[in-house]
Design a protein around this ligand. Structure first.
Ligand SMILES: [Zn+2]
Length: 60
């Protein structure tokens, strides 16, 4: 969960959710990573928080 400088360019929400992918192994040898993010407000998917947020700034 992160709330750094995110702001959704579509709905304006400042919260997003991390979707975690794992290799299916529990315990030693298992690992997980963030596969993508979704906006809490509109459920749009994105892979890079900073780049997605900057879409707003470029529109100004
Ligand atoms: Zn949104």
């Amino acid at each position: 969960m992160g709330q750094n400088k995110f702001k959704c360019p579509i709905c304006g929400s400042k919260e997003y959710e991390e979707k975690i992918e794992s290799n299916g192994i529990l315990g030693p040898g298992g690992s997980s990573w963030v596969k993508y993010y979704t906006c809490y407000g509109c459920s749009v998917m994105f892979k890079d928080v900073n780049k997605f947020t900057k879409k707003i700034e470029k529109q100004k």
